[in-house]
Ligand binder design. Sequence first.
Ligand SMILES: [Cu+2]
Length: 325
Amino acid sequence: MLRRSRAVGTPKAAGKRSPVARLGKVAGLVSLIALGATGCSTDEVLRFGWPEGITPQANRMREFWTWSVVAALIIGVITWALILWPVVAHRKRGETLPKQFQYNHFLEWIYTGIPVVIVVVLFYFTATTQNYVQAETDNPDVTVDVLAFQWNWEFDYVGYRNGGAEQKPAAPGDTTVRTIGSSAEIPLLVLPTGRTIEYKLHSRDVIHSFFVPEFLFKRDVFPRPEKNDQDSTFQNRIDKQGSFVGRCAELCGTYHSAMNFEVRAISPDLFDQYLKLRTQTNPDTGKGYTAAEALTKMNCGDLCSPTAVTTKPFNTDRTARTATK
Ligand SMILES: [Cu+2]
């Protein structure tokens, strides 16, 4: 028989490495090259493709993600080894079956017990991380009403008295600071760093989704969330100044892909200045300061750019034959 003659005709050469060792060496080399070729820092590698978070909530989720992937990889390597070991090491043992282990109670306890422990540990960390991310205080420093509509966003800061920077419970005579996006202008959601922000989400028409990749968080935006029994608020704190793109993450119609906004995170002092301006009248126009006018007047470099820097309006002309980036 072919198999027997091959088995007899290939004696192990002295000093020759076992197939398992060779496989391990090749796998190690491939992973080293793959890691080196990406040119990533350790931090970047440990994020496993996630963006860098800018809120404590994002950091908690990222840590959970990193350890989940590390645990999954360790379990994966052990599982692959357990599969490959009999496949490679026992492939030339002739016609007889290898040693059988069925009805071994000790082994059965092990391979039932280990997955149960894995599920319990994952569940514990999922629940505690989720509780942390969804925690809300009764008195957030800033509240923003986010209205999604086909196909743009409106951001309202309710409860500001004329010329004041402090947000109070809504009352008659308040100024609502409002920023509305259009097909020609990306709306800027200006927010302070270091303060607790509450986002109250609702939609005017279909279901949208509020997504800022650097928050590592998104939430569906429902029409009439109270009727849909939806928790439509969430809170976070931004720890890093800068401009961060925001998107609609729920396919919501023709111009869904154009439904972008930009979070502009600035220092609390600048934010107070911004809101003070937004509640005042611009002497040049005779109307309240728009977001762009207020930012231009504040003149604080890149952070005060009057237009979005992370994205730009899409071409909504359906007869256009070239795409805008
Ligand atoms: Cu949408």
